[in-house]
Structure formats: C-alpha cells, structure tokens
Design a protein around this ligand. Structure first.
Ligand code: NAD
Length: 481
C-alpha cells in the first residue's frame, strides 16, 4: 500500500498535485513570506486586526461586527480571504471560490403522526465541484441557517482538498428538532427532502452523509428514495450507510479515529507523551465519544467530558469504554460512578494538555479564549473557534490542529465507502483503518510543514494548502460559457 495514490486518474481529475510537498505551482508570485497575523490578547484589538485583514483581502467588501464573530459564514470567509491574500490568488478565481456555486432551498410538507401537516425548510448548498462530486453531510437541528450550511459546504471543499481526496464540497440542513419527531415523521421528512433534491444528487454529482441529528438510518432512507426514483439500487449516492447496505467498515468511528491520529502527531511534534497527557473532550456524540475512546485506548488520560447539560470529571482519567456502555444503557453520561459532576463551561477552562471541542460551533470565542489553559487544541467539531479567539490563542502559544484537518477522518472514510460501493468490493476494517491512518498522518505533516515553510499558523496553512489545490483544478478546468 505504501506509495499508492488515492487519486484516480481520469479526465476531470488528472494530476492533482501533492501540494504540501511541492507548493507554489500555480501563482505567478511566490507566497507572501510576511509574518503571520500579529497575535493580540485584547479582543477589541484582535477584532480591529481581523477587520483590517478582511478589508485588505477583499477591497470594498468585508467588514466584521462583533455580532458577526459567531457567524460561521463570516468566520469561514475571513480565513479564506486571508489564505487567498497570502497566496496572491488570481482575483477572478478568488471570487469564484469565495461563494458557493449553488444554493437550493426547499419547503418540505410532512404528514405528522397526529394527522396535521407541517412544513420544514431545508437547504442544500454546493460550494464547489472542481475536484470531483460535491460531498457533505446533512444536519437536522432547530438552529440550522443558510449561513451555517454555506460555511459547512465551503469547509467540506477545503477539507477534501487538505486530505487530497477527489471531492468538492456541499452541505445540507433541515430546520427541525429530530429529538421531538417520531421515526415515521423523520422518515417521511427525509424521503421528501431527498425527492425535492433528486436531480441535484447522485454518485457523480453530490453525495450526502450524516451530520448532527442524522445517522445511518437517515442515509438508508435517502439511498432507498434515490434508488426508487432511479429504478435501480444506487448505494454510492450517500455514505455513512449501515454496513449491510453498502456502508464501509470503520466509517462510524472514522472521524474520532482521525482526531486521535492527528492528536498523536501533535504530541510527537511537541515531544509530549500520551501517558502524561490530560485531555478534556466536549461532546460525547459520534465524534466526541469515539475520539475519547481511541485516545483512552492509546493511553491518554481523558479526565473530563463536557455535554450540553453538564460535565463529568476524574483527575485520574475516566474509563471511556465503561462510560460508553453506561451512556448506551442510561442515555446520559450523568450519574457515572467513576466521575464527579462538573460545570461544563469550567471544564473547557481546566488546566489540561489537550482540549478537544467535538460538539458544535462557536464554543471558543472572545469571551473565553483568554481563559483557556490547554497547550493543544484539536478541533473535532466544525467551526468551534471564532477568528477573534484564534488571535487570542496564537498569543497564548496554543498549538491548534484546525477543524479542516482534524475532523477529516469521516469524509476520508466516506470516500473509501464511495469507492467500495462503485467497485462492489468491500475492504476489511484493518484495510480501511490503515489507509485512514496514513492519510491523516500525511495530511498533518503536509499542513505542519506548510505552516513552518510559510510562517503562518496551522489553520491558515491548512486553508492555503486547500485553496491552492482547488484553485489549481478550477483554473485547469477553465470556465464553460
Ligand atoms: P452528534 O449529534 O453525534 O454529537 C454531538 C454531541 O455534542 C451530543 O452528544 C450533544 O449532546 C453534544 N452537545 C451539543 N451541544 C453541546 C454543547 N453546547 N456543549 C456540550 N455538548 C454539546 O454529532 P457529531 O456527529 O458527533 O458531530 C459533532 C461535531 O463534529 C459537529 O460540529 C459536526 O459537524 C462535526 N463533524 C462530524 C463528523 C461525523 O462524522 N459525524 C465529521 C466531521 C465533523
């Protein structure tokens, strides 16, 4: 397997460069070698600095208000603009990549169990298909917004480029509260949402996956609905399916596994030893619980778990396998005998070596960043840190493994699932995990070396690497009139 390339050669995908090892192949001017964004621990000054970056980056557009600090689309755009500016990106390509290529809004009528009819609003945003079919999850949550879905779609483009897999980026969302809906209501909503989007989805067009509030069952319904319309079974239209329906072994755990691999790499880089390393994880859902589990198995001391309704702490480390079993039986982490109840916000600020937000966006902001005491921040969630918080963390010397690198284990294994479905031949779990570990390790090193070579922080390095790769294929394909 060593030396094997994961990028198929084909008309639309020829010779995608391994840019991390051979940068600067596209732009006339060399990457700006100036110093990284000046760190500043004062939130007001940091904001002013970010506003200047944004204004410098896109003449006559971006301004950033405090309210916008927690807008994921603004946060994404600001990092993209900074990467584009440092890359001296062609102004035309800059405009193309700054905005999604397609935004679809659907209003979904659903017959509810009580006989009433409800209408749910859903989105699908396709940011880029330059490097391959659009790829990205579907989120069911009450606070889904178009700006959030836009940001998540763009992040998918950058993530797929960071790990160099042949996908573009997309994301979907439906404004609903899945916890308050029956299985029947969820199934009818999912099937109608799929039917409304039918001409925009497909193995070669746009391939959804689970995200918050959706799961393997949701993907099975989407696959079945799409297949009924196509009059044949099309397993590769979604990933994150049950293994019995063409899912990949290892997919469910893949994001957490990937987070644990990049954490290992960060430890090696910083000369830290897992057995001496205390970790707090926020969120005990798919990403959080699997991250905690893999780290615990590797010998890290997972001392705290923060959930939305409170935290759990044990200075000697929690037994994550037992906690997972306890949560599966009781439906909660609370009351677990080996841990004491702890304030969920205080847990994030506790003196640990590694903090892993793996729940939701905007949990590290100008309000708490200065109080963080971790040495390493590994972003399991999408968008957990605002741009202002980035500046504060840089000033404090926190080593950040950014979301668009850290949580790519899921989409990488989704790529494996799509490949296996199209081959009709399925890999062992060992094969999946070995391939995933290799990609995560290589990608971490690509980003780290890029950051060192260009004097930027890891987040901007990851964006620069990704934007440069996508810009390359966009330019290479050209524009159909
Ligand atoms: P999930 O719904 O399985 O789990 C989320 C967990 O976070 C739940 O246990 C929930 O109770 C908890 N939570 C929610 N708000 C919280 C808060 N304010 N404080 C503490 N805990 C809170 O979702 P997931 O799939 O684990 O996704 C988590 C994050 O990871 C999201 O940002 C998602 O976009 C991102 N992500 C997921 C995947 C994946 O493969 N599932 C891949 C990449 C990124």
């Amino acid at each position: 397997m060593a030396g094997e390339t994961l990028i198929p050669e084909g008309p639309a995908l020829v010779a995608i460069p391994t840019l991390g090892r051979n940068p600067q192949h596209i732009h006339d001017k060399a990457v700006d070698g100036s110093a990284p964004a000046s760190p500043n621990s004062d939130p007001a000054a940091a904001k002013e600095h970010l506003m200047k970056l944004a204004t410098d980056a896109v003449p006559a557009s971006s301004t950033l208000t405090l309210e916008q600090e927690t807008n994921p689309w603004e946060a994404q755009s600001l990092r993209f603009d900074e990467a584009a500016r440092r890359l001296n990106l062609d102004p035309g390509i800059w405009k193309v990549l700054r905005y999604p290529s397609r935004e679809i809004i659907v209003h979904i009528p659903v017959g509810m169990d009580d006989g009433s009819i409800e209408v749910f609003t859903g989105y699908r945003v396709q940011h880029s298909s330059s490097r391959g079919p659009c790829k990205g999850g579907i989120r069911y949550a009450p606070d889904v917004s178009l700006d959030e879905v836009r940001a998540l779609a763009s992040w998918m483009t950058w993530k797929c480029a960071v790990v160099n897999i042949p996908f573009g980026g997309a994301k979907g969302g439906v404004i609903c509260d899945p916890k308050k809906m029956s299985q029947g209501e969820l199934e009818r909503m999912t099937r109608r949402y799929t039917a409304e989007l039918i001409e925009f989805l497909g193995p070669e067009k746009d391939v959804p996956a689970p995200d918050m509030g959706t799961n393997e069952q949701t993907m099975a319904w989407i696959m079945d609905t799409y297949s009924m319309h196509m009059r044949q079974t099309v397993t590769s239209v979604v990933t994150g399916k049950p293994v019995s329906l063409g899912g990949s072994r290892g997919r469910k755990e893949a994001t957490g596994r990937g987070v644990s691999v990049v954490t290992d790499e960060a430890m090696k880089h910083l000369n830290m030893r897992p057995e001496d390393t205390k970790v707090v994880v926020q969120g005990f859902g798919n990403v959080g619980s699997n991250t905690a589990y893999f780290l615990w198995k590797k010998g890290y001391k997972v001392v705290g778990i923060a959930e939305w309704d409170g935290g759990l702490y044990n200075a000697n480390g929690l037994d994550i396998s037992e906690l997972m079993e306890y949560r599966a039986k009781s439906g909660t982490i609370h009351g677990f005998k080996e841990g004491e109840a702890y304030d969920k916000d205080e847990l994030l600020l506790s003196a640990v070596d590694v903090l892993i937000p793996a729940a939701t966006e905007n949990v590290i902001t100008s309000r708490n960043a200065a109080k963080l005491r971790c040495r390493v921040l590994v972003e399991g969630a999408n968008g957990p840190t605002t741009p202002i918080a980035d500046e504060i963390l840089a000033d404090k010397g926190v080593f950040v493994v950014p979301d668009i690198l850290a949580n790519t284990g899921g989409v990488t294994t989704s790529y494996f699932e799509w490949v296996q479905d199209r081959m009709g031949y399925f890999w062992t779990e060992k094969e999946v995990n070995e391939r995933l570990d290799r990609i995560m390790t290589d990608s971490f090193q690509d980003v780290l070396q890029y950051a060192i070579a260009h004097g930027v922080n890891n987040r901007i390095a990851a964006y620069m690497l990704a934007v440069d790769r996508v810009a390359y294929t966009t330019k290479q394909r050209g524009f159909y009139a």
